[in-house]
Ligand binder design. Structure first.
Ligand code: DX5
Ligand code: ZN
Length: 217
């Protein structure tokens, strides 16, 4: 049974409290919070004040995905804004190990996100340090994109690498997740599924979340 992290990026921002309360009442395990700076990715979403506002109404832990350059400058701010999981991109961190140590010092879970083109071997020396790998199954920047099929084999290989290194990191898959690929992703070894448009674009988001959650392999 996977954990489900609906992405608030696909919510109605004019009714954010209502959307958060909808997720609170659902089977979701996390609320996935996509922060984009317009530099690391070609889109700007929202930042600290909106994250803090989501946190004020959320009863589920916030899984904060930082798609920003120099994330090390904002770690403490995002922890104060309510992050329970703080994920930085391997492509955005020159001193990744130091950044991970800092996230852990702040007392939250540490994640690394990795773009579709980046080899998972980039993570081998730090896998033991982290709680989660966020495998991007689209190029980050936008919701509603097409799932990249190569992700299945990346999940399988990452699972092997995790076992080999004795890491306890969970595998999260982010981007284009729907009922078309969720089962195969869980079979491949995915532990957490992020879903934005598939959840919020459905007339019954609770049933959609429950259907993803009920996948048993
Ligand atoms: C992409 C974001 C994803 C996105 C997922 O840059 O990191 O979390 O919101 O949205 P869907 O599920 O619509 O692809
Ligand atoms: Zn994300």
């Amino acid at each position: 049974m996977p954990q489900i992290a609906p992405s608030i990026l696909a919510a109605d921002f004019a009714n954010l409290q209502k959307e958060v309360e909808m997720l609170n009442a659902s089977a979701a395990d996390y609320i996935h919070v996509d922060v984009m700076d317009g530099i690391f990715v070609p889109n700007i979403s929202f930042g600290l004040p909106v994250t803090e506002a989501i946190f004020r109404h959320a009863t589920k832990p916030l899984d904060v995905h930082l798609m920003i350059v120099n994330p090390e400058l904002y770690l403490e701010d995002f922890v104060k804004a309510g992050a329970a999981v703080l994920t930085v991109h391997v492509e955005a961190c020159t001193h990744l190990h130091r950044t991970l140590q800092e996230i852990k010092r702040l007392g939250v879970k540490a994640g690394i996100a990795i773009n579709p083109h980046s080899p998972i071997e980039l993570l081998s020396e730090v896998l033991e340090e982290i709680d989660l790998v966020c495998l991007m199954s689209v190029n980050p920047g936008f919701g509603g994109q097409k799932f990249i099929e190569h992700t299945y084999s990346k999940v399988v290989n990452l699972k092997k690498l995790i076992l080999k290194t004795g890491s306890r990191a969970l595998i999260e898959v982010d981007g284009g997740v729907s009922n078309q690929n969720a089962r195969r992703l869980v079979e491949a070894g995915a532990d957490i599924l992020v879903a934005g448009s598939f959840v919020f674009g459905n007339s019954d988001p609770h049933a959609t979340i429950a259907s993803l959650k009920s996948i048993a392999v």
